[in-house]
Design a protein around this ligand. Structure first.
Ligand SMILES: [Zn+2]
Length: 284
């Protein structure tokens, strides 16, 4: 990816923050516009020099004039430098998979039964029901954690809906979908070296359940493709909707809390820590 597309998530987020007078007054020292790539890089170097996210600085080094990738932690350090309360949520997959010690199934899917008398002795549900290891009984059931996609989708849904917002019916369609403008800035979603902007979330009522999809702008896809698709009302969903199936990997989300940090809080913001951490099940 070119340097330009690597800072586009940050530029989109900055543009949204400029709409709020409190943030606009401090962001990039109140310049009122979104800086170009090189200026963003210099701001990040300044934030690091001021002591924001010392670990990140150590890992990345200087960025100005390079093609280095700017990730969520770097973006958070940059925003925090201006007193903006940028925070990070970590969605991580559970580290260890377990093997059934009776039938050898690996990894154990669904509930796992762990021996309360033998160390590190586990059964799958089928073997537990068949009582295949009476010598290791009794067993404790270890409930399966929620899939990572569910944790991400419900977190994003709560983020965009908890403050209410203004709802209107989508234009041009009688009985068409309701659109709610949440009044909260977009989110910055990252999986390893790939980051995207979450602009919203789409809820669809199916016969037996509700389905959530993320409404996403991907800086690595071409803006002209999306523009054509939107103008033609044709397959824009393929370019913007991200379903839960593709989210079952570790992700980080950057979000911005309302208000501006005072000088004391700004000092504390120099240390980068995830504010919430979800450990979830990985779904293959
Ligand atoms: Zn088994």
């Amino acid at each position: 990816m070119a340097a330009a597309s690597q800072t586009r998530n940050l530029q989109m987020l900055s543009a949204a923050l400029h709409a709020e007078p409190d943030w606009s007054a401090v962001l990039f020292q109140g310049c009122g516009f979104v800086p170009d790539v090189r200026s963003l890089q210099s701001w990040l170097d300044l934030a690091w020099e001021a002591g924001f996210d010392p670990e990140g600085r150590q890992q990345v080094g200087r960025v100005t004039g390079t093609r280095k990738w700017i990730g969520v932690t770097d973006a958070a350090a940059l925003l925090r430098y201006f007193g903006i309360r940028a925070r990070i949520v970590d969605f991580e997959t559970k580290g260890t998979a377990h093997e059934c010690d009776a039938c050898g199934a690996f990894p154990i899917r669904g509930s796992r039964y762990t021996s309360s008398v033998l160390p590190d002795y586990d059964l799958c549900e089928a073997c537990w029901r068949l009582n295949r290891s009476p010598g290791a009984a009794p067993f404790l059931e270890v409930a399966q954690a929620a899939p990572i996609s569910e944790a991400i989708l419900s977190w994003v849904w709560a983020y965009f809906t908890e403050e209410g917002g203004q709802s209107i019916r989508a234009p041009g369609q009688e009985g068409g979908p309701m659109v709610t403008f949440a009044g909260r800035p977009p989110l910055f979603l990252q999986h390893q070296g790939h980051s995207r902007t979450i602009a919203g979330v789409v809820r669809t009522q199916l016969a037996d359940r509700e389905r959530l999809d993320l409404l996403v702008l991907d800086p690595s896809s071409r803006t002209s493709h999306l523009q054509h698709a939107l103008e033609a009302q044709n397959k824009w969903q393929d370019l913007t909707l991200v379903s839960g199936d593709s989210l079952n990997k570790s992700h980080q989300i950057l979000y911005v809390c309302p208000g501006i940090a005072n000088p004391e809080e700004r000092e504390q913001l120099k240390v980068m820590q995830a504010t919430a951490w979800f450990q979830c099940r990985e779904v293959q």
